[in-house]
Write a new protein. Structure first.
Length: 69
């Protein structure tokens, strides 16, 4: 299931990151790596704020759709 469909407050584990190589590298640099725990803090207009590795990161809906949990 893509990260964009996760409800706020749920903790999940990243199973796969899709998209082009440059997109995957960008997300990896932000801390989005397979096996990491991720919690959705809020979702506003399709944009998602998540808590990953003790940091809060905001990503747009396109990026969230590439992250499978």
């Amino acid at each position: 299931m893509p990260l964009s469909m996760v409800k706020a407050g749920e903790e999940n584990t990243i199973k796969k990151i899709g998209g082009k190589e440059e997109t995957r590298k960008f997300l990896e640099n932000l801390g989005f790596v397979t096996g990491s725990a991720i919690t959705v803090i809020s979702e506003i207009g399709g944009n998602v704020i998540v808590n990953i590795k003790d940091s809060r990161v905001a990503i747009n809906k396109d990026m969230a759709n590439k992250i499978m949990v």
